[in-house]
Write a protein that binds this ligand. Structure first.
Ligand code: ZN
Length: 474
């Protein structure tokens, strides 16, 4: 499992996988705005890209009161109906392109009776297969993960998802991650020799589908599972290691070996990180530091050994961020006074940008906080007036970094992370995907958002529905 780097799917990439508009935005002369885009990009570099400006944002927004976005999304364009309004005053920047509804009954291929079943989606991961085709894996509480092919119907220009494969792991799937050609699946299910269900992680080599599944177990005979409880977070993309987090608050660092048990290839536990007293909700690694978040409302920074020597660290907790205690050594700037979250933390997101490396955290307290990755200094805190459950970073068609935040109430709030020529305020709320206005959206909390290639993104709701979106420019 050498040398892959997860998290690259956070980058928007080229236009190759964009569903609408093809490669126009790369064409150069196609749109009058191209030169403007360049100019703006250059100017952007001169702007103060620091988050410090944003420090007061926290106080400005009224808590439990969602701030109004800069643009309203056009509901006709959004839902794929032709917007015929001349000079439509709503934004045509985002379009919903397709969905997989939990309520669409599908034949149960694993059942002899061929019953029709619901398939509540719990997660999604885009994957570019070895032939270069864009596909998506979905996980479901119906115990199965599925692989879909994405294509465009030449007649309707609509996006079509075609199921290619499904597999039953015999337990509800909580986490699914693809790194290079390895698929990791965390689920709660039966384990050999242990009564009851436990937290399992299975790994498949997608390049060699006939290879046996690799199980991540603490011991193949005596502790044949990854966590005693549910596996709640998973991180890949750190060389030959991966990291799991459990409902039990324990973090385990796993290392791949070509011969680990009975001469077979697999993962062994390199280290355990104990300290959290609630479910692990986020894991991220930047600059040789492992960051973890929990429902215990704290963030912990663990020594992973430095950027060049990942894995050689002590894996001890070096910093603890609570509501009242910003990390020691975080500098002497005024932002040091910004503490951590006051409610369960729901996600951590690494963010590499031309102006530095950051970690972004979200919480049920409604705050999204941006932290300097080197020392855990809080760079900004932005309140949303509603609990944030999940996040993703993507780019619009002008390569601006966009933060997507899924709320407890089913909305997706969209922020421009850095100032632009027309939007001078960092972390500005530019749009909100709101079911009440768009007449389409999630019922209940948004469980997961993932960025795909070509300015696309995906959302999964607690309603079990999966939606695919195409972003243009704002
Ligand atoms: Zn319109």
């Amino acid at each position: 499992m050498p040398g892959f780097h997860g998290g690259n799917n956070q980058q928007g990439g080229g236009g190759r996988f964009g569903f609408h508009g093809g490669n126009n935005h790369q064409g150069g002369g196609g749109r009058g705005g191209r030169n403007n885009t360049r100019g703006r990009g250059a100017q952007r570099g001169r702007n103060n890209r620091s988050f410090q400006n944003n420090r007061n944002f926290q106080g400005r927004g009224t808590r439990n009161n969602e701030p109004p976005p800069l643009f309203q999304i056009c509901r006709f364009h959004f839902t794929g109906k032709n917007c015929t309004t001349r000079n439509c005053r709503y934004s045509h920047s985002i379009q919903h392109v397709t969905t997989i509804q939990n309520s669409e009954l599908i034949p149960d291929q694993n059942n002899d009776n061929n019953d029709n079943i619901n398939h509540p989606t719990s997660g999604v991961t885009p994957w570019i297969d070895p032939s270069g085709a864009l596909k998506i894996f979905t996980s479901s509480y119906d115990h199965r993960f599925r692989l879909y092919n994405i294509s465009t119907d030449s007649n309707t220009n609509g996006v079509v998802l075609t199921k290619e494969f499904e597999h039953d792991v015999k337990g509800p799937i909580e986490v699914l991650d693809v790194a290079s050609n390895y698929l990791f699946c965390g689920f709660t299910g039966p384990s050999a020799r242990i009564p009851g269900d436990v937290g399992m992680v299975h790994c498949w080599n997608l390049a060699q589908p006939s290879d046996e599944v690799v199980e991540l177990t603490m011991h193949p005979d005596y502790t044949p599972y990854a966590h005693g409880g549910r596996v709640s977070a998973f991180l890949t993309g750190i060389g030959d290691m991966c990291v799991s987090g459990g409902q039990d608050g324990v973090i385990r660092i796993w290392k791949y070996g070509a011969s680990v048990s009975g001469g077979k290839a697999g993962f062994t536990v390199l280290k355990e990180c104990c300290g959290h007293v609630g479910e692990i909700t986020g894991l991220a690694i930047v600059g040789g530091i492992l960051w973890s978040s929990s429902t215990d409302a704290t963030i912990r920074l663990w020594d992973a050994g430095g950027a060049g020597t990942l894995g050689s660290g002590t894996w001890e907790c070096k910093y603890l961020i609570t509501a009242k205690t910003p990390p020691q050594g975080a500098g002497t700037t005024p932002s040091q006074s910004i503490g951590g979250h006051t409610s369960p933390i729901t996600a951590l997101l690494p963010f590499e940008s031309p102006s530095g490396s950051f970690i972004i955290s979200s919480s049920l307290d409604g705050d999204v906080k941006i932290w300097g990755s080197s020392n855990g200094e809080c760079k900004s805190s932005t309140n949303h007036g509603v609990g944030i459950v999940c996040m993703a970073i993507t780019q619009d068609k002008e390569d601006n970094f966009i933060l997507l935040c899924g709320t407890e109430k089913g909305k997706i709030m969209i922020r421009m992370i850095f100032p632009t020529a027309s939007i001078p305020e960092p972390m500005r709320l530019i749009a909100s995907l709101d079911k009440n206005f768009l007449e389409f959206g999630h019922e209940g909390p948004v469980k997961q958002i993932k960025a795909g290639p070509g300015n696309t993104f995906y959302s999964v709701g607690s309603d079990g529905n999966l939606s695919v979106y195409q972003m243009d420019k704002f």
